[in-house]
Design a protein. Structure first.
Length: 377
């Protein structure tokens, strides 16, 4: 008697729950302008296919309707020509390939304008929606998509909002065009029944007029569908471009640089500005101090400026450095606590002093000039 372990028959089955995870899980942030611009460069834009289709139908059949008489004459003449050649071809037994040569110019004359109008209409339908943007990215092969996640792939194809909308559009178009065509044809049944008594030309024109009506109605239905469909495609496009917080941080880091690097660069810029400011101190006429907390270096150029202007200022250790450089270069250092404090708060480097401080600064400069005159004597 054989005894088997139950566990050999009941092997646990494991599922990878990540296969059922939403593809856009965590994508809660609105796309940035950079993300939208990059998507546009790759050919990913919001557009509806209904508008170009409607315009192609509308313009092509309108052109056919306008050129119907000319097309009828051209096609009739071509048929008469080839029907007349049938006995000669049957009796001669020659290769009939030569018969294709006369038909090519006729086909170009008939089909050429229609294809040209179709191209222009399709181009205009896309141009109205997305503007002029040429990109080869959508037609380039992407080998990373050859082996997609099967569960996610079929979910996206069969159960996505895009699939539901496409199915709804298809059902609506078929139903609407069928119903309208039924009532239109039913109204013209008596006329259609009399085509037996009509000539070929009259029957052709009747058939063309009925076709033209049906195509105009179908084009109108497509144009009607294209309006809400465009807004839906635009919404879906924005949803597909949404980003996670991590992607947003990485993009900001890419565009603005590493925050640590930017902080380091700002520190370097401040150090450079300080060194440059300190280098200007020897050119000052006077340095007004607090004396410990503030130091402001002023220069007065009579021919260039109406009033003295600040060439350097600093607080605490920078103020101490300004005073040291001034003393080393024999620039007068004057202690005036309220004036130094006001100048530091209200005057930036390169700015002229305010009018209400003219008198106080003028007194300091007059004192400095007197000292220089005494030293010169």
């Amino acid at each position: 008697m054989l005894v088997c372990d139950e566990m050999e028959f009941f092997t646990p089955i494991r599922f990878d729950l990540q296969l059922f995870a939403a593809e856009d899980e965590g994508r809660t942030e609105e796309p940035t302008e950079y993300k939208k611009r990059k998507a546009r460069e790759e050919g990913k834009v919001a557009k509806t296919q209904e508008l170009p289709s409607a315009l192609v139908l509308l313009f092509c059949f309108f052109l056919i309707f306008l050129l119907s008489k000319q097309l009828y004459k051209t096609i009739s003449g071509m048929m008469e020509y080839y029907i007349g050649l049938v006995p000669d071809v049957m009796n001669s037994g020659e290769n009939v390939v030569f018969l294709l040569k006369p038909i090519l110019p006729t086909l170009a004359k008939v089909v050429g304008p229609i294809l040209g109008v179709a191209f222009i209409a399709a181009f205009a339908g896309n141009l109205v929606q997305v503007g002029f943007k040429f990109s080869t990215k959508p037609i380039q092969p992407d080998f990373t998509k050859i082996n997609p996640n099967p569960v996610r792939f079929f979910t996206k194809i069969l159960l996505s909002p895009q699939s539901a909308v496409n199915l709804g559009k298809a059902v609506f178009k078929i139903a609407a065009i069928s119903v309208v065509s039924f009532f239109l044809v039913r109204r013209d049944i008596p006329t259609i029944m009399h085509t037996i008594d009509m000539g070929i030309a009259q029957g052709f024109l009747l058939f063309l007029s009925l076709t033209f009506k049906l195509v105009m109605i179908a084009s109108g239905i497509l144009l009607l569908i294209s309006i809400p469909d465009y807004f839906f495609q635009r919404h879906q496009h924005i949803e597909s471009l949404k980003m996670t917080r991590q992607e947003l941080k990485e993009e900001r880091k890419l565009l603005e640089g590493d925050p640590h690097l930017r902080a380091h660069l700002r520190e370097r810029q401040r150090e450079y500005a300080k060194r440059r400011m300190i280098q200007e101190v020897p050119k000052a006429d006077v340095v007004i101090t607090n004396p410990v907390h503030y130091a402001v270096a002023l220069k007065y150029e009579v021919l260039k400026m109406n009033s003295p202007y600040c060439i350097a200022k600093g607080q605490d250790h920078i103020a101490k450095r300004i005073k040291t450089v001034a003393e080393d270069n024999e620039v007068p250092v004057v202690e005036n606590k309220p004036l130094a404090r006001e100048l530091y708060k209200r005057v930036d480097i390169g700015d002229e002093i305010p009018e209400d401080l003219f008198t106080a600064v003028a007194e300091v400069l007059a004192f400095v000039y007197k000292l220089k005159d005494k030293k010169a004597v």
